[in-house]
Design a binder for this molecule. Structure first.
Ligand code: AVJ
Length: 344
């Protein structure tokens, strides 16, 4: 890959403690094609186990094949879907203030960086010693990193194709430089609180004793706003939800008919989460990897949780992972938050 301004940060793959086979496994052009690398059997087995469970479910990662990623991009532009534009407003407005709070010149790591769009809003202010975007989709990530490098020639950029949970070891020349993990998008909301703590503990191990975490967290609010955000009038979220079934058909040869499942999304107030389900419009059977699954009329498959927090409830969760709340920034309507934590 041609990356300009090669610096010590851009060592071969010294930055990660991965074997060649880890890297081969983690590298793919899209989430879907990475899933394709796992054998059809392994994916079938994962889908089967979710549908054999007491509460039938499908992992939300199956939303994101190429078409699903396009649909998500459309969602971010809907009037009803406030999170993306609100987070961008916060990042733009408070970039200097964020940099003052976090300090400058750290090694900036971004799990699931994708197109590296949001970090652009912070790079000038944060002036990192090195920016390390991490993503499972190798081709996409490296193209995005190359583009970013041409826009920010003075900031060393070192893309790493890996799973978010990979153990990251920085090369010796970056020893002693504080690390900061940037995790925007409220992706953390897809995890249950217990899973979120597990992820945050992984972040805590990655950043060490003098590192930090800057994370985007969607906030609890009027349920009417939340219900609209996941039930848009144009039906893009419904198409996004159903698309996981088309993707599973492609990946496993299953015979879901997406049109025979209704999009259901609602805010569960006691659990503080949006739930998305696919609801069978009638009795039907679907064959996946040779196993047949019967659906009753109106039977549901859970496809996504999107947990909403208060600044305080999220800080409490982070504390369980050894992360201490330092500062936070919200928009004027308190729809969304950016929160900064340190390890000590
Ligand atoms: C990408 C997980 C942040 O939970 O709002 C958008 C995904 N699902 N509309 C979210 C999503 C339905 C989104 N996250």
């Amino acid at each position: 890959m041609a990356i300009h301004g090669r610096t010590p940060c851009q060592g071969e793959r010294a930055i990660l403690n991965l074997t060649d086979s880890d890297i081969a496994q983690a590298s793919a052009s899209t989430l879907a094609s990475s899933a394709e690398q796992a054998s059809d059997d392994a994916i079938s087995a994962e889908i089967q186990s979710g549908l054999n469970a007491e509460a039938r479910h499908i992992n939300p990662k199956y939303f994101y094949d190429e078409y699903g990623s396009q649909l998500f991009d459309q969602i971010t532009q809907l009037d009803e879907y406030y999170p993306t534009r609100t987070e961008i407003t916060i990042l733009t407005r408070f970039a200097e203030d964020i940099a003052r709070a976090t300090g400058r010149g750290s090694v900036l790591l971004e799990p699931g960086a994708g197109s590296c769009a949001k970090v652009r809003l912070l790079l000038e202010a944060l002036a990192p010693a090195c920016y390390v975007p991490i993503d499972i989709s190798r081709e996409f990530l490296f193209a995005a990193a190359q583009q970013l490098q041409s826009e920010f020639p003075h900031i060393p950029i070192h893309p790493v194709a890996a799973d978010m949970q990979a153990d990251i070891q920085l090369p010796d020349n970056l020893d002693g430089i504080p690390r900061m993990v940037f995790y925007p998008g409220s992706t953390i909301g897809n995890y249950t609180p217990a899973e979120a703590v597990e992820f945050l503990r992984h972040v805590r191990r990655t950043i060490g004793d003098n590192g930090g975490l800057l994370i985007g967290v969607d906030l609890q609010k009027d349920p009417a706003i939340l219900n609209l955000a996941y039930n848009d009038a144009a039906g893009v979220t419904a198409a996004f939800n159903r698309n996981c079934l088309s993707n599973i058909n492609t990946l496993t040869g299953a015979n879901f008919d997406p049109e025979r499942f209704r999009h259901i999304a609602f805010y569960n107030e006691s659990e503080h989460r949006i739930e998305m389900h696919l609801e069978s419009d009638s009795r039907q059977s679907v064959v996946i990897g040779g196993q047949s699954f019967d659906f009753k009329e109106s039977e549901r498959i859970l496809t996504e949780y999107s947990y909403k927090y208060t600044v305080e409830s999220f800080a409490q969760l982070a504390a369980e992972a050894g992360l201490h709340a330092r500062e936070h920034w919200v928009d004027e309507h308190q729809l969304f938050s950016l929160q900064y934590f340190t390890a000590s």
